[in-house]
Design a protein around this ligand. Structure first.
Ligand SMILES: Cc1cc2nc3c(=O)[nH]c(=O)nc-3n(C[C@H](O)[C@H](O)[C@H](O)COP(=O)(O)OP(=O)(O)OC[C@H]3O[C@@H](n4cnc5c(N)ncnc54)[C@H](O)[C@@H]3O)c2cc1C
Length: 409
């Protein structure tokens, strides 16, 4: 009979860790605080679970030492992940940007096959078991749950997730368990998250959508940009490109720096072309009011706010009266609208945690802690976070699989 491996946290990383430890011959138990495992998986990929990305490599990850992912990703790769899930019954399809989904388009099917495999392998899953104490005495780990029960194991895998979406059970408490055992926790901030912007007019444009570019500017330099569906909200801005670039904004804000957001509404034209287009529209119907002259080109609800930002006071006068300077000013807003970033939305809105257990204290070959022999660490709890597009689940599968494999004998 193999050693006894206890996994704290039945999320993506914990479940795969359990399966891989069992396959190596260990006796495995998962302790999960919720009444069921894998709750967050159901919310992923808008309910479709974007469970990996065929382009996953070290470049797609951030953290104090993001190169840490290099070795684990080579040892349990995207190919290995697709093979692992295929054997469990998941056929996959690849969509734009290399995003991989189950052919069923159901996140629940990923969870279903994992649950089936846990049961088929006789892995013990204890739910409603919130681990509040973790210590090591001699060669044994002692665990206590909040209902007063105690557990003893030869190896422990800490897979309690980060702080994003705390309603899923991952609220950062596992980071405290790690810290109590001497681990360093790097600065934490929400990532893949919406941005809150300065401005009094967001209620008026709440819900306005467009395809454009969002860019983070710091010290007048462009740091990162992305293109796609952008959405104004009553607090600021959202949409896939905004989530994608939010990490760098969060990092700069956490260092008390003041990044700006540049939004390009007309990103298929330069400023001169936009000015020319405004002039053409003026020639076409010089009698129209300034405000009405943009109808059909720009979202109606956006027009008054764009004009306000461009410094155009009276918008009811005929558009023929716009000065060249005013036209340029409107063109500037449509091609380079700058906002001060008030902050990011908080943990309940974030998809991922930036920061976590310092990777310098983890062995990249095995996922074992360098401080506590026999303690393995997997998933979002580690100071590694990926771009939006399947990279974070890939990290959970990779680190979970390796931790499970190496914890067993
Ligand atoms: C809305 C949303 C959509 C997402 N979509 C995608 C996507 O499409 N693709 C992608 O790659 N990534 C996506 N992510 C990110 C991805 O879901 C996570 O990175 C991943 O689930 C992390 O896995 P994990 O196992 O490390 O942690 P989690 O999945 O958070 O699991 C941790 C588990 O530990 C349990 N736990 C915590 N503390 C304790 C304790 N003390 N005792 C016992 N149990 C405990 C929790 O209840 C939880 O079940 C999304 C995230 C969110 C919030």
């Amino acid at each position: 009979m193999g050693n006894h491996v206890i996994i704290i946290g039945g999320g993506a990383a914990g479940m795969v860790a359990a399966i891989s430890a069992k396959r190596q011959g260990a006796r495995v138990m998962i302790l999960e605080r919720n009444s069921r495992v894998g709750k967050k998986i159901l919310a992923t990929g808008n309910g479709r679970c974007n469970f990996t990305n065929i382009h996953a490599d070290a470049e797609c990850y951030s953290g104090k030492n993001s190169k840490f992912v290099y070795t684990p990703l080579a040892s349990f790769s995207v190919e290995d992940t697709l093979g692992f899930f295929e054997k469990l019954g998941i056929q996959h399809k690849v969509e734009d940007g290399g995003k991989v989904y189950p052919k069923s388009d159901q996140a629940s099917s990923i969870l279903d096959v994992l649950l089936y495999e846990l049961e088929r392998s006789s892995i013990k899953v204890v739910c409603d078991a919130f681990v509040t104490k973790l210590s090591k005495k001699g060669n044994k780990f002692m665990l206590q749950t909040d209902d007063g029960k105690s557990y003893e194991g030869d190896r422990v895998i800490l897979a309690t997730g980060g702080k994003a979406m705390p309603s899923s059970g991952s609220d950062g408490n596992g980071l405290d368990l790690a810290a109590q055992l001497g681990h360093n926790i790097t600065d934490l901030f929400p990532a893949l998250v919406q941005l809150m912007l300065e401005g009094s007019y967001f209620k008026r444009i709440d819900g306005v959508k467009f395809v454009g570019t969002a860019e983070i500017i710091h010290n007048n330099k462009s740091i990162v940009q992305d293109r796609g569906d952008i959405l104004f909200t009553n607090y600021g801005i959202s949409g896939p490109p905004v989530l994608q670039i939010s990490r760098i904004a969060g990092e700069l804000l956490s260092q008390n720096k003041k990044p700006q957001l540049k939004v390009v509404i007309m990103d298929d034209m330069d400023k001169e072309q936009v000015s020319d287009m405004i002039q053409k529209r003026i020639q076409l119907a010089p009698e129209k009011s300034i405000e009405f002259s943009f109808v059909g080109w720009i979202n109606k609800r956006l027009i008054p706010v764009v004009l306000l930002e461009a410094g155009i006071n009276s918008t009811k006068r005929p558009v023929s009266g716009l000065s060249l300077r005013e036209i340029e000013s409107i063109a500037r807003i449509l091609t380079d609208w700058r906002f001060s970033i008030r902050g990011t939305k908080s943990w309940p809105s974030a998809q991922i945690t930036a920061g976590g257990i310092d990777t310098r204290q983890i062995n990249a070959d095995t996922m074992e802690s360098k401080l506590v022999e026999g303690l393995y660490i997997a998933g979002e709890i580690i100071d590694i976070d990926g771009l939006c597009g399947g990279f974070n689940l890939q990290w959970a599968w990779t680190s979970g699989y390796i931790a499970g494999q190496n914890s067993a004998w």
